[in-house]
Each structure stands twice: as structure tokens, then as C-alpha cells.
Design a protein. Structure first.
Length: 339
């Protein structure tokens, strides 16, 4: 009998970040409520014992000597802008009132530095500490749409670290892998209904999938052009704008015009829920979804097979049957030992 790499029943509560066959760093972002900026700072500082910088009323940074910078912020651009301006001239009482109100309705966000998968294990007690302090994630309320963002570094050719080391063909493989898996991922990761109906984690349209899967080879300009034509928005479960802005900022910012796009050489996977409130949940579950994308992206034979299957099953006007596709993908991934 084939030995399976993963089993839902045995690995669901595992504290292991499943390894990759490439060097990779990953930065996690957690969205939650229930804690103030100061409470979040105190909770993380108790674990990290780093150097604290007060950026503004709405933002703090903890610098850990080995891991790097952890950002704590209220995820509201307007307040962060006001708070920084007031920090330079002296904060007013009304701004503190606004901050206290925002802490009740605006997500708190912890942005972790890029870490190796081994280093990521040190994040597990941080999540436990946030839970014990009162952090509440996706289950907080029917209007909450809190998630975890997984920022995995892109593969670099020949261990390079500049834009020329980023291959269009490699990025194409990852986009194809995610495109083939996206319908299944929404079910497999049990994405909360509130988050599904929110505009923040939209799927790629099927028209884009057909274009994406039809190309046997691509250049970077073509890859970016196709993406922007169909996905000129940050609100995608796999948001490629940060990576494409890193490669061609003028083109991306002209097409989208959103100053919240943070240019960086990473994938920006925004699909997983943030269940920080659940005792049996940790960041390894969020990583597991991305791990499956990695496996398919780096299996050329399997990728070619499913790409051809998708295109062959696309019906005029109706496209591909999503329910049938998800059933086939589920059965194959379990048989493969990837889920």
C-alpha cells in the first residue's frame, strides 16, 4: 500500500509546518479582534522580549534579535495616516477616542517577519498567547471576515535575489496550480461563509483560468498583462499584485491605483480562516493549503494532466462543472497523499 504523505485524521492538529523541496521563507499575517493595540503588544512582548518601537497610536513594532520585526496595527488606513500625522505634532484627545472606537470594530493585525519553516515553529506559542489573552478570529461574529495571509517567497533561479532571478515560467506554474485547485481549496480549507461572500477573497474568473491554462509558455509582460486584464484588484484569494508590483511597479499601480499594494517578492495567499479563538487551531493549518499548491506547481506531469483536463471539460457558455471538478480533485489529492 502506498504510504501517504499527509492524512487529515493524523495531521489535522499537527504542530509541523510541512516541508518543501525548495528554500523558502514565509511571513504570516493574522487578523483578529478582542484585543487593543496595547494588549496585543503586551501579549507578544511577553513571548518575544524584543525592542519596542511606538510608530503611532495605531501601530507598534517589536524587533526580535533573531526573528526580525513584528508589526502590530489597527487595519484602518485612515486612522494609521491620522495617527502618524498627529505623532509628529502631538496627539489630541479626539484621536485617542477614535482609536478606542476603532479597536471595537476594526481588525487588529499582526504581521510577522519572513521566517524559515523551522523558525515558524516559534510562532505557535505566540498564537496560543493571543488566544489566552482574548483574541477572537473568524468565528467572532457573522460580520467578521478575519483571515490569515500566507506570504511565501517566490523561487529564485540560481539562488539569486534580484528581479532577473524570478522566472515567468515558474510563476506561471504556480498560478496554474492555484487556478486548478482554487475551487477545491475553498471547500478543503472550510472557508467561512462570511468570508466567501465578502469581496476580499474572490476567486479567479473562469475566463482567466482558460487563458492561464492555455499558455504553454509565457513571458513576464504577458503574464502580468493577462493577470491585470482579469484581476485588477487586491481582492483575490491569491493576490499577485504585490509580486507583480515588485517586478513592474509602474504598470501595476497604473492599472490598479491602490496605495495599499505592498511591493514584495512573495506570493500573497489570503484564503485561510483565522481561528485563533479555537484551542485546536494553529498556523500549520493555514500553511497546509499553500503546501498543496506548492506540490502541484512542482509536479510537471500532474500539472500538465490537470491543465489539459480542465480545458477539455470546458463547455460552451457553461464552462467546467465546479462540483464535478472538486470531487475529482479531492479524490486525486487524497490518493496522491497530499491531503
Amino acid at each position: 500500500m502506498r504510504k501517504r504523505a499527509i492524512s487529515n485524521s493524523t495531521e489535522k492538529n499537527s504542530n509541523e509546518f510541512l516541508p518543501l523541496q525548495r528554500d523558502c521563507t514565509v511571513g504570516f499575517e493574522l487578523e483578529f479582534s478582542g484585543l487593543s493595540v496595547q494588549q496585543t503588544l503586551d501579549t507578544l512582548q511577553h513571548q518575544l522580549q524584543g525592542h519596542i518601537q511606538r510608530v503611532s497610536l495605531a501601530e507598534r513594532t517589536i524587533t526580535h534579535s533573531e526573528l526580525g520585526d513584528f508589526q502590530i496595527e489597527l487595519d484602518w488606513s485612515y486612522l494609521k495616516k491620522l495617527a502618524k500625522e498627529q505623532s509628529e505634532t502631538g496627539e489630541k484627545a479626539w484621536l485617542q477616542d477614535l482609536q478606542q472606537l476603532a479597536e471595537k470594530v476594526v481588525p487588529m493585525e499582526v504581521v510577522c517577519p519572513p521566517l524559515t519553516l523551522t523558525q515558524c515553529e516559534q510562532l505557535l506559542p505566540l498564537v496560543d498567547a493571543l488566544r489566552e489573552a482574548g483574541a477572537r478570529g473568524t468565528d467572532e461574529s457573522w460580520i467578521a471576515a478575519y483571515g490569515v495571509h500566507v506570504n511565501a517567497s517566490v523561487p529564485m533561479a540560481d539562488n539569486g535575489d534580484d528581479d532577473e532571478s524570478i522566472s515567468a515560467e515558474v510563476i506561471h506554474r504556480y498560478l496554474q496550480a492555484y487556478g486548478l485547485l482554487q475551487w477545491w481549496l475553498f471547500d478543503a480549507l472550510q472557508v467561512d461563509t462570511t468570508r466567501k461572500v465578502s469581496p476580499y477573497i474572490d476567486k479567479y474568473p473562469e475566463s482567466y483560468l482558460r487563458v492561464l491554462l492555455s499558455h504553454e509558455s509565457v513571458t513576464m509582460p504577458l503574464l502580468i498583462s493577462d493577470y491585470l486584464e482579469h484581476n485588477a484588484s487586491r481582492n483575490r484569494a491569491l493576490d499577485m499584485l504585490p509580486l507583480f508590483a515588485h517586478i513592474d511597479p509602474d504598470r501595476v499601480y497604473k492599472a490598479v491605483g491602490d496605495d495599499k499594494i505592498k511591493s514584495r517578492p512573495t506570493f500573497h495567499f489570503r484564503l485561510p480562516n483565522c481561528h485563533v479563538e479555537r484551542p485546536d487551531w494553529n498556523l500549520t493549518e493555514s500553511w497546509k493549503g499553500w503546501w498543496v499548491i506548492e506540490q502541484l506547481a512542482n509536479d510537471g506531469k500532474a500539472l500538465a494532466y490537470w491543465r489539459d483536463e480542465f480545458l477539455a471539460l470546458s463547455r460552451p457558455l457553461m464552462g467546467v462543472s465546479e462540483s464535478d471538478w472538486k470531487r475529482r480533485m479531492q479524490a486525486w489529492l487524497v490518493d496522491r497523499g497530499w491531503w
